[in-house]
Design a protein around this ligand. Structure first.
Ligand SMILES: [Zn+2]
Ligand SMILES: [Zn+2]
Length: 270
């Protein structure tokens, strides 16, 4: 297995010359070219994993220094077990033991293929935990394993914790809904289909962030409508970008704003 240095997604060997995820129009291969890494190489240069509680029952898991895109994974802890969401592109024995301190891991899932990280490696080291991959994004899987299970629509992890497919950034893009989060008001864990902005009160809807390619207004409104069926007050993106309260209204208003701008309602301001 090798890890793409740019996106930190694992891939079965022999690897192709260029990472298929990074050559797609949503990503990029850096100017100095494609690099592939091993876990051993990363360990040798002092790579480690940092854990930080975001709120009771939710622990941010990040690579120090960052590997690849550098997302913060989230460990959602419930009385029945936990979900590892958007797994990072590195794992070691210390990280496995830290995760298991919070109880058994029920599943590993990513919001979309940019966030696959070393999901199969995490699964194997955690003792063969199911890796849930959206059926619609099957083509982007770089590493195959018998513990990968494909899903579509809604996938329940345990009581009060489920994956919801929204599409958007990828066809299989998903959020995790955690009903007990935010003091029982509900939390969404999102990837790039629903991206909390730096203003901490609005949301972006993009096909590509590095290459700045927006989704249509219709798709932004569709995503907001899909999520309107859920109860939530807070959204955690995967780069420590958070809408701490009022997130449901922020999502709806942001989708309407996105639709208005892409429709041309504000062209007189340009
Ligand atoms: Zn890549
Ligand atoms: Zn992405």
């Amino acid at each position: 297995m090798l890890i793409c240095a740019t996106c930190a997604v694992e891939r079965d060997e022999p690897v192709p010359e260029l990472c298929p995820i990074c050559t797609d129009e949503r990503q990029y291969v850096p100017e100095d070219g494609q690099k592939w890494l091993t876990l051993d190489e990363l360990a040798r240069v002092g790579q480690h994993i940092k854990f930080k509680e975001n709120e009771p029952g939710l622990i941010g898991v990040s690579t120090q220094p960052h590997v690849g895109i550098g997302q913060t994974a989230q460990l959602v802890v419930t009385p029945q077990g936990s979900l590892l969401w958007d797994p990072v592109g590195y794992v070691d024995e210390n990280a496995v033991q830290s995760v298991l301190q919070h109880g058994p891991v029920l599943a590993i899932a990513a919001s979309h293929p940019h966030m696959f990280g070393v999901q199969v490696e995490w699964s194997r080291r955690l003792g063969g935990v199911p890796v849930l991959v959206a059926e619609a994004d099957r083509q982007w899987l770089g590493r195959h394993d018998p513990n990968i299970n494909f899903w579509s629509g809604i996938e329940t992890i345990t009581e009060g914790l489920a994956l919801h497919q929204t599409g958007g950034h990828f066809v299989g893009s998903a959020v995790a809904h955690w009903a007990e989060g935010a003091g029982g008001k509900g939390v969404l864990l999102t990837g790039d289909s629903v991206f909390p902005n730096p203003d901490r009160r609005s949301i972006a809807f993009m096909r590509s962030y590095p290459n700045r390619l927006p989704l249509s207004g219709a798709v932004a409104l569709r995503i907001a409508a899909t999520l309107d069926e859920l109860e939530f007050d807070r959204i955690y993106g995967n780069f420590n970008n958070v809408i701490a309260a009022g997130a449901k209204a922020a999502l709806k208003e942001s989708a309407q704003r996105h639709a208005a701008w892409t429709r041309g309602d504000f062209d007189h301001l340009t």
